[in-house]
Design a protein around this ligand. Sequence first.
Ligand code: ADP
Ligand code: MG
Length: 308
Amino acid sequence: VEVQAKDLERIRELGRGAYGVVEEMRHLLTGVIFAVKRIHSSVNDESRKRTFVELDACIKSKCCPQMVRFYGAMYREGDVWICMEVMDTSLDKFYRMCVDSHSIVPEPFIAKVALCVAQGLNFMKEELNLIHRDVKPSNILLNRQGFVKICDFGISGHLTNSVAKTMNAGCKPYMPPERIDGDTKDAYGVQADVWSLGITLVEIAAGAHPYGKWKTPFEQLKQVVQEPPPSVDKNLGYSDEFHDFVKQCLIKDCKQRPKYEQILKHPFIINAQNEHEFDLGGFVSTILDASNVERDRVLKGISIENDA
Ligand code: ADP
Ligand code: MG
């Protein structure tokens, strides 16, 4: 069945971003529930529309368990509606729930997230020839079944109008050094996404984004390009493998930074692949359902188990 905007009924809001809103909607003809992202788009130019249609077909054609299922995009009243699978939460909201309980996010969780994101990005590159360009906690979604999936691949960048783009060009806290100051040909390699993954992992492990708020692009340039890369505090109790994984992802010189082939062979990732004890779906459900007090106890329990 071809989904049309007129057949969709709004259920509730799932979240809001810089460019629009994401809502849960029911397809009236089939009863299927979608997450619909509505972006105000001033894209009228034919060639950009064509690129978009091609991209749409490309992403619809292939998917993997680490990518949020994409059902297609449509135009309505000058907006673009992007239809995708509904997930239970996003990593930004989820890690903040842990921080609010004064607990660190357990390492087996972080390891599984790193594994899935690396697998998803690798699949995108190998099978769809796509580079994500916007890897960050809010674009990593989780569900109670234990799936970790990336979303917002490629599409948004093609749609948002150029004014919005230039306004937001700098000051993106997940941008690698080569995109802030470097050769344009390096700026969009696969390694850019590897850097953003590294920043994402530091953020969820440390409980806060490693860089402060920049007031000007110059401050960003100074910090990201000139200072040593961020790392996770050794006192938080994470493994040496994790610290090394982050260090590899955050190699400032993009030519030295590993690509997915190497990333997927790192001991931190291999261990995550061999770890079958940790029940990520159960953990996500428990945290989402728990009251604040209960959540405290669950998280403390997990970190004690890890120490044992
Ligand atoms: P951003 O990613 O910049 O925060 P978005 O507009 O892409 O902005 O998404 C806004 C929020 O909507 C996200 O932070 C996430 O929590 C939620 N969201 C996005 N897509 C989905 C989805 N498929 N299922 C459930 N929640 C989603
Ligand atoms: Mg997003």
